[in-house]
Design a protein around this ligand. Structure first.
Ligand code: SF4
Length: 403
């Protein structure tokens, strides 16, 4: 297992809240906008049962350990703090919580809720702004406005949050955007955001955007450079290819550095901790395969099937995770981080003492190092910041060497 000296938690708990005020046309997460209060109450009670199940199932250690908690969605910020308090209490009985995040949507946030969230234990807010540019927001089907986003940041700040991460989408066709992405980040910083998570628009098959051509790779590459430079100038540290912040992000580190996490709630994925029998952990998801294939726009399906209910709740273990799969996943995520891959770690996991030499002798990697695209520093090999957007190309090169 990779060591993460800056944080105490070695396990994350992700809880999926699949309710949204409306469906955004680019989104392929498991969610619904058709629900009643009864559905919500039933869902939270099932979520609580699933949490009990997992807290019971995973191995206990004698000493209370640390964990990170993340409520994602969907739109968890649609609901009052009292929905979350009992779930957090259950987790606190079992773990010290090192970080507690709530995903929120500027359209539906309510000022008074921020102090309630803080009082039940949340210490990190993510805000799904996606943009401050009216034309970009319109194309993305987002119904909030620039001022709503800036007000939300102020509400969260005033309530006492100092870790406010704003989600952005870039890489739309040039003619759509009327506000430069770097100017957006400057405004968010001035309003009090502590960081941004910026993802290039990707057109997913199972969405209402399936046949649209709003994304542009070339523009994504040039906007990525603007994002990098602006974040650097503001003191937002690059935590991972798409994440920049003045604060640490302990929960996301769990994913990026391959640590186990419990995924709870319809459509959530998890990675159970390694055991003697399963040295690379067990990946699983909650819910039937068909929840992944709901038709775009038909967002009632997950409730008509009642797939979130405990009576139908089932864990679908994915086929045994092999060492090769583990290594490929790790190379993919580690090359997105500033620390990159530790060569001594790689030698140990592959049980191949010459793997470092083989990597450094590879013609493409060698040229990458000469051109400054890949950096070799002590025991680490990592991608230069500007090269991270082309990370997938390098991932395949590294993976070809460990096959
Ligand atoms: S992008 Fe967020 S708010 Fe929009 S449908 Fe997806 S989960 Fe819901």
């Amino acid at each position: 297992m990779i060591s993460l000296p800056k944080q105490k938690s070695r396990i994350g708990i992700y809880l999926h809240i699949p309710f949204c005020p409306h469906i955004c046309p680019y989104c392929d997460f498991v969610k619904t906008s058709k629900f009643t209060k009864k559905d919500v109450n039933a869902f939270f009670s099932e979520l609580s049962a699933q949490l009990d199940f997992f807290l019971e199932k995973i191995p206990h250690s004698q000493n209370k350990e640390y964990a990170t908690v993340y409520f994602g969605g969907g739109t968890p910020g649609l609901f009052d703090a009292f929905y979350y308090e009992p779930l957090l209490d259950k987790i606190r009985d079992r773990y010290f919580i090192e970080e507690t995040t709530l995903e929120t949507n500027p359209l539906t946030n309510i000022k008074r809720r921020f102090s309630d969230y803080l009082s039940v234990g949340f210490d990190r807010i993510t805000l799904g702004a996606q943009s401050l540019c009216p034309e970009t927001l319109k194309i993305l089907g987002r119904k909030h406005k620039r001022d709503t986003v800036l007000n939300n940041i102020e509400w969260a700040r005033t309530a006492g949050f100092d870790n406010i991460q704003v989600d952005l989408i870039y890489g739309l066709k040039k003619e759509i955007r009327t506000i430069n992405v770097a100017d957006e980040i400057q405004e968010l910083n001035d309003a009090g955001a502590s960081g941004v998570s910026a993802y290039a628009l990707s057109i997913e098959k199972r969405t209402l955007f399936a046949n649209k051509d709003f994304a542009c790779d070339e523009n994504a590459a040039s906007e990525y450079l603007l994002i990098l430079n602006k974040c650097k100038s503001l003191g937002f540290k690059q935590l991972e290819t798409s994440n920049f912040s003045k604060k640490e992000t302990f929960h996301n580190n769990i994913y990026w550095y391959g640590l186990p996490y419990l995924g709870i709630g319809t459509g959530a994925h998890g990675l159970l901790p390694p055991s003697e029998e399963h040295p690379f952990g067990i990946r699983y998801r909650i819910g039937e395969e068909k929840i992944k294939s709901y038709a775009p726009g038909n967002d009632e399906l997950i409730f008509s099937q009642q797939e979130h209910r405990m009576k139908n709740f089932s864990i679908h273990s994915e086929p045994l995770r092999t060492k090769q799969e583990y290594l490929e996943e790790m190379i993919f995520t580690l090359l997105r981080t500033p620390n990159g891959i530790s060569l001594s770690w790689l030698e140990k996991v592959t049980e191949n003492k010459t793997i470092s030499q083989e990597i450094l002798a590879n013609a493409k990697i060698k040229r990458g190092i000469e051109e400054g695209k890949i950096i070799l520093e002590n025991d680490s090999i990592f991608l230069f910041d500007e090269e991270k957007i082309r990370g997938d190309l390098w991932v395949s090169e590294f993976i070809s060497l460990i096959k």
